[in-house]
Write a protein that binds this ligand. Structure first.
Ligand code: PRP
Length: 210
């Protein structure tokens, strides 16, 4: 059995499509409803979790494979995993975003930055040699500037429509993000045949599609 932890949300459907194109059984996933764990004909057990928890399950050896965004991998300093494949879905990027006057604005004191990704934001500003105050928000980070709490945000941009709808714009693109297949290090050793069978099939489908 191979246990695969999938990040719930936006990328789910694209990931199942990839598994289906590989010839793997995804029927139990399509009919799972609120179930958090399903088994398939291929002797896979899929579990569905929040992105940080996918990484936690992999770190603790409770899942063999994980499907998670590069954003989650970059934000956390876990290291008990191998990154096996870029699934080429969930493509977006980290950006510094703010109102258009950000560049011309004169800042008295430290800038305030809202983000769901404090480590990414800290690294970005430290690379820029800027001393800023980072304020962690759990979501709708754009509210930082909208309610006047922060000068800017460091967040994920996909279509750009959330920024646009709130009068914000990308000040600087920081790095690209996409969905990755990761494995627990021990699983890769002891279930290498099963895991590389999955990796090879996914890789073939991804190459055919790009
Ligand atoms: C993400 C991100 C932005 C938005 C960007 O939030 O934090 O708010 O998506 O997408 P766009 O460029 O296509 O508009 P998400 O919708 O995942 O929810 P959250 O803000 O509650 O975390």
């Amino acid at each position: 059995m191979v246990r695969i932890a999938i990040t719930k949300g936006r990328i789910e459907k694209d990931v199942y499509k990839l598994f289906k194109k590989c010839g793997f059984d995804v029927t139990p996933i399509e009919t799972k409803d609120r179930k958090l764990q399903v088994k398939t004909r291929d002797d896979f057990e899929f579990i569905f979790a929040k992105s940080n928890d996918v990484l936690t399950f992999i770190e603790h050896g409770m899942a063999d494979l994980g499907v998670v965004g590069k954003d989650t991998l970059e934000e956390n300093d876990f290291n008990n995993y191998n990154e096996l494949l870029d699934l080429n879905v969930g493509k977006c990027y980290f950006a510094l975003a703010a109102y258009p006057n950000y560049k011309t604005k004169i800042f008295n004191g430290r800038k305030k930055i809202a983000t769901k990704y404090p480590n990414i934001a800290k690294k970005y500003f430290s690379d820029m040699k800027e001393n800023v105050e980072i304020i962690k928000l759990e979501g709708s980070v754009e509210l930082g500037p909208v309610i006047g709490m922060t000068d800017a945000i460091v967040d994920i941009v996909e279509t750009g429509s959330t920024l646009k709808a709130n009068g914000l714009e990308v000040i600087e693109k920081i790095s690209n993000i996409s969905t990755r297949l990761i494995s627990n290090k021990v699983s890769l050793k002891y279930k290498s045949e099963e895991i590389y069978n999955i990796v090879d099939k996914l890789n073939k489908v991804i190459r055919e599609e790009s």
